[in-house]
Design a binder for this molecule. Structure first.
Ligand code: SF4
Length: 353
C-alpha cells in the first residue's frame, strides 16, 4: 500500500490506539502492546513486536506505518556537546531539534511547526516564514529518533522551544505531552517538560484547564508594550498586559513558577528602566528570568529591525542580572550552546525547508 494511504500509528495516544485496534476487531490490549513498543522500546518496525502474532504484524505493516521523520543530518558543536538534528518529513520539509547536555540533565529542544508565522525579529525561525504545522507523530518522533541514537535514558528533559509556536499547533502539542507523560511511558515526567510561548492567552488558559500541568515559559524579551510590538508583532494582537494576567492565574492554579525568556538586546531591553519594570512585573507572580545572550541570525540575511539588533555584551548581561538579583528576582544566564552550528536559541531555521 502507498504510504500516503497508510495510517500513522506513531503519534496516536493510548485511547486512540485502543479505538484503532477495536476498529480492526482486535482486543484493546493490543494498543498497550503497540504503545509500549513505539514509545518505550523505540521501535520503528512492526517486525520487532514479538508479543504480537506474525499475521497481525504483517497486516499492520501493510496498512500502517511507524516512522514519520527521517534523520538526515547530525551536527556536533566543536565547542560544547550540543548536537543539532536535521529531520526530513514525508513531504520533503526540513525541521530541526537540538540536544543540549548540561551537568545534571540532557535537554531536547523540539519543534512544533515547519517555520513559524510569528515573525519575532530576533529569531531565525521567524525569518524563514511558516510552512505548516507538524503532526503529533512528527513531534514525538523528534524525541524517539534522538533517544534511539543517544540512548533513551540520556534525554531527561523536553522543551518545546524549537521551530514554531506550540500554541498555534495546540492539539498536537497537547497530544504529544499526553504521550510523553502517560503512566505507561517510561523516563519522562510532566515536571521535566516545558512549553514555551510567545503569548497566546486563550491557549495558556486551555493548557491550564487541561490535565497536563507542565512548566510554562513565556517569551518576554521586553517589559514594555511598545518594544514588544516592535520585536514581537504578536504583541499587537495579544498584549503583554493580557498575557501577564493569564500567566498569573496559570502560576496560581498550577502551583508552578513561570519562566520569562529574555533575549538580551543592546540598548533595547538592557537599560535601567527595563530592570525597574521587570522588577515590578516579577513582584506580581512567582517567576524566574532566563537571560539569553542574543545569537547571531546573520546566516538568515536579515533586513529591517532584525538587521539592526545587536547583542548586549556579556559583562553587561552579568551586571543586568546582578541588578535584578538585588531586587530579589531569581535570574539565570543561559549559557550559549551550539552557536557554531546555528543551534543556539533563536537560530534554528532549516534554509532548505
Ligand atoms: S521566537 Fe518562537 S514564536 Fe517567535 S518567531 Fe521564533 S519560533 Fe516563532
Amino acid at each position: 500500500m502507498n504510504k500516503e494511504k497508510k495510517i500513522a500509528l506513531k503519534g496516536l495516544t493510548l485511547s486512540e490506539l485502543e479505538e484503532y485496534f477495536l476498529s480492526i476487531n482486535q482486543p484493546k490490549f493490543r494498543a498497550h502492546q503497540v504503545f509500549n513498543w513505539m514509545y518505550n522500546h523505540l521501535s520503528f518496525d512492526f517486525a520487532d513486536m514479538r508479543n504480537i502474532s506474525k499475521e497481525l504484524r504483517n497486516n499492520l505493516a501493510e496498512t500502517c506505518f511507524l516512522q514519520t521523520l527521517n534523520l538526515v543530518n547530525t551536527q556536533n558543536s566543536a565547542s560544547t556537546e550540543t548536537k543539532k538534528y536535521l529531520f526530513e518529513t514525508h513531504d520533503g520539509k526540513k525541521i530541526e531539534s537540538v540536544l543540549i547536555p548540561e551537568k545534571d540533565r540532557n535537554t531536547l529542544c523540539i519543534s512544533t511547526q515547519v517555520g513559524c508565522p510569528l515573525d519575532c525579529k530576533f529569531c531565525a525561525t521567524g525569518l524563514m516564514g511558516y510552512k505548516r504545522n507538524l503532526s503529533v507523530g512528527e513531534v514525538v518522533d523528534q524525541y524517539l529518533l534522538t533517544a534511539k541514537g543517544a540512548g533513551k535514558e540520556k534525554i531527561t528533559n523536553i522543551v518545546y522551544m524549537g521551530m514554531g509556536e506550540p500554541f498555534l499547533n495546540f492539539e498536537t502539542t497537547l497530544k504529544s505531552i499526553e504521550i510523553f507523560t502517560h503512566e505507561l511511558t517510561k523516563g519522562l515526567s510532566r515536571t521535566r517538560i516545558t512549553v514555551s510561548t510567545a503569548g497566546i492567552p486563550n491557549k495558556i488558559k486551555e493548557l491550564m484547564e487541561s490535565p497536563f500541568r507542565v512548566k510554562l515559559a513565556f517569551s518576554l524579551h521586553s517589559p514594555f508594550e511598545e518594544v514588544r510590538n516592535r520585536i514581537m508583532p504578536i504583541n499587537k494582537k495579544y498584549s503583554l498586559h493580557e498575557n501577564l494576567t493569564v500567566l498569573k492565574t496559570y502560576a496560581q492554579k498550577t502551583r508552578t513558577r513561570i519562566t520569562f525568556e529574555y533575549t538580551m538586546l543592546k540598548d533595547l531591553n538592557d537599560r535601567d528602566i527595563d530592570v525597574k519594570e521587570l522588577t515590578r512585573i516579577c513582584s506580581k507572580l512567582p517567576c524566574k528570568i532566563n537571560l539569553i545572550p542574543f545569537n547571531s541570525i546573520k546566516h538568515m540575511s536579515p533586513a529591517g529591525i532584525s538587521a539592526e539588533l545587536e547583542p548586549t555584551p556579556i559583562n553587561s548581561i552579568y551586571k543586568f542580572a546582578d541588578k535584578l538579583r538585588n531586587n530579589n528576582i531569581t535570574v539565570m544566564i543561559r549559557e550559549t550552546q551550539g552557536d557554531d552550528i546555528a543551534a543556539a536559541c533563536g537560530q534554528l531555521a532549516s534554509v532548505f525547508a
